[in-house]
Design a protein around this ligand. Structure first.
Ligand code: B12
Ligand code: SF4
Length: 497
């Protein structure tokens, strides 16, 4: 039996997970590793280096089968605590799991960390009485110390000196301890415990998108975002390339999903990264999200050469005043130049827009739609703002609606003059109609710049949206529906459909 203070991380992960776009547009990539939390991998590797032990089990449902799997893992590793790494969206379903686990293992404390409880530690302990501890901010040192204290049976006084946590003391009062100082150089962190999610002795799914994170925090202050602002740190590029190399060697991975909020950290960092990949002659493919204005045309070409497949850019708004008010730190011109350079380099480009920031109206939303069409990326996504805890936008949510996310994050409250329904309708219309243009067809579907694989995806996007659009019209106009059915039946009879 393991004598070291031990935590068992638990997560609810849908079986055969595949994101909407992968299913809809027939992407051959496997996204099975995508829902796993990088936080768990990095926390466990730190614990292992610091006298503790960490294990991880995930199930798709908190049903008897799922609970049985967790019981078995508990029996095997005999943990001192159960750990959960949660975003706002995940907290309600995971709390139902915690309730069930507490019935079976009442003595095991539940520790929850991640962006939600970091933003709302007190409210989280109020709303979720079966959560014993919340971790506020970075967890490496906080969790190591806490696990040692739990294993040693420390009481209120000792727990109060554990920085970076929230808990209920023996009288039931909520205590939030002093903040934990950030790790100033994240190069001291050991490589993530990838062995928790990938098996080196089994043939790996070569199509898996393998998660890589190169940075903590962010030095920008966008009002809609709940990331940790103003505390940006990154891992040295050579170290990141080494992780990629190790993942290839141990798990046979060829595709990497760089999941930083934005990447690369700087142009100089990127130069070093590219040189290292070139020096080691690595054959990789990867995608990432960048900020408009970071990459030069030369960088795009170099990135394409070393394997960049798709690059996303958060443009967020087409109206310069909105862009300024959300403090995105980019201009419409920067976005235009970046997308033009990506299209020129033949990299699959994706832009992201948010509808419903403060001050938005139909006119500003139309400006976003127009900008997306004018820039003409390979794909454009339009989301409705979710004012989540931790973001400045959350302050604009009325007090009596602050817990709106408890029910579902699919219908967030609006903080502009348009209703949630209007915003939802405008976003889905913009998304549906985006590729249905001659300029899109010419550039991405039949143009020669994208690789054949990505041209196939663009073709799929075009035809899937066209089909949905026509079916939408047919639903609105009965005669058209009859006409479509008639054409379909003829095609079916002639064997071509
Ligand atoms: C990669 C990523 C994704 C990926 C992968 C998600 C995943 N499974 O990890 C994808 C693309 C799938 C994704 C999806 C979404 N994401 Co996301 N995502 C991120 C991103 C960019 C990086 C996360 C990460 O790995 N960070 C690095 C790790 C090390 O940091 P960390 O998670 O904060 O963990 C540290 C501490 O929080 C703490 N900690 C964490 N867990 C625990 C647990 C314990 C027990 C302890 C003690 C400590 C602890 O210690 C860790 C190490 O110091 C973050 C932004 C960011 N830079 O963090 C957004 C972020 C987490 N995502 C966010 C959102 C909103 C979403 C979506 C809802 C977006 C959408 N509209 O669909 C979905 C929901 C997904 C879900 N089911 O939760 C928000 C969450 C805000 C909130 N209040 O919860 C963030 C912060 C971004 C933002 N713009 O605001 N996301
Ligand atoms: S949206 Fe991106 S750039 Fe802006 S604060 Fe969030 S992570 Fe940073």
């Amino acid at each position: 039996m393991d004598e070291k203070p031990t935590i068992l991380f638990i997560a609810l992960i849908p079986r055969d997970y595949s994101p909407y776009y992968a299913k809809t547009y027939g992407m051959e990539r496997s996204f099975d590793l995508m829902p796993h939390k990088y936080a768990i991998l990095t926390l466990v590797s730190w614990l292992r280096e610091n006298g503790c032990e960490g294990h991880y089990v995930w199930v798709d449902e908190p049903d008897e089968e799922g609970l049985g799997t967790i019981d078995k893992a508990i029996e095997l590793c005999n943990p001192n605590a159960l750990g959960f790494s949660l975003t706002t969206e995940e907290i309600a379903p995971h709390y139902r799991l915690i309730e069930l686990l507490k019935q079976r293992h009442p003595d095991l404390p539940a520790i929850v960390g991640g962006p939600h409880v970091t933003a709302e530690p007190v409210r989280s302990l109020e709303l979720f009485p079966l959560v014993d501890f919340v971790a506020v901010g970075e967890g490496e040192r906080t969790l190591t110390e806490l696990l040692h204290r739990i294993a040693a049976g420390h009481g209120d006084d000792e727990l109060t000196s554990n920085r970076g946590i929230g808990f209920r003391d023996s009288s039931g009062k909520i205590v939030i301890t002093a903040p934990r100082q950030k790790i100033s150089d994240i190069n001291i962190l050991p490589d993530p415990a990838y062995d928790l999610i990938a098996e080196s002795d089994e043939p790996a799914d070569r199509r898996s998108a393998f998660p890589i994170i190169c940075s903590y925090g962010c030095y920008f202050f966008c009002s809609f975002c709940s990331v940790e602002h103003g505390n940006y740190r990154c891992v040295a590029p050579e170290r990141v390339v080494d992780r990629i190399y190790q993942a290839q060697r141990h798990y046979g991975i060829e595709y990497f999903a760089i999941r930083d909020s934005f990447w690369p950290p700087t142009r100089e960092w990127l130069d070093r990264f590219c040189s290292e990949v070139e020096k080691r002659k690595l054959k990789i493919q990867f995608h990432f999200q960048t900020r408009a204005g970071t990459l030069t045309d030369e960088h795009m070409k170099r990135l394409k050469k070393i394997g960049a497949q798709a690059i996303g850019i958060g443009v967020e708004a087409g109206d310069p005043a909105i862009l300024k008010s959300i403090r995105k730190g980019i201009t419409v011109t920067m976005a235009r130049r970046t997308v033009a350079a990506l299209n020129q380099a033949g990299i699959f480009s994706i832009t992201f827009f948010i509808f419903g920031n403060k001050g938005e109206n139909r006119g500003t939303i139309q400006a976003s739609v127009d900008l997306a069409r004018e820039m003409n990326p390979s794909m454009s996504l339009f989301h409705v703002l979710s004012p989540l805890p931790g973001a400045e936008a959350f302050k604009s949510v009325p007090d009596d609606r602050k817990d709106w996310w408890l029910n579902s994050i699919s219908m967030p409250p609006s903080i502009c003059d348009l209703s949630p329904e209007e915003l939802g309708h405008l976003a889905s219309e913009a998304f549906l109609r985006y590729p249905l243009r001659w300029a899109y067809f010419r550039q991405h579907v039949v143009g020669a710049r994208l690789s054949p694989d990505f041209r196939r995806i663009a073709r799929r996007i075009f035809f899937v949206h066209l089909r949905k659009y026509v079916l939408g019209i047919s639903e609105r106009y009965g005669p058209a529906r009859i006409l479509i059915r008639w054409v379909k039946s003829i095609l079916r009879r002639s064997g071509s459909c």
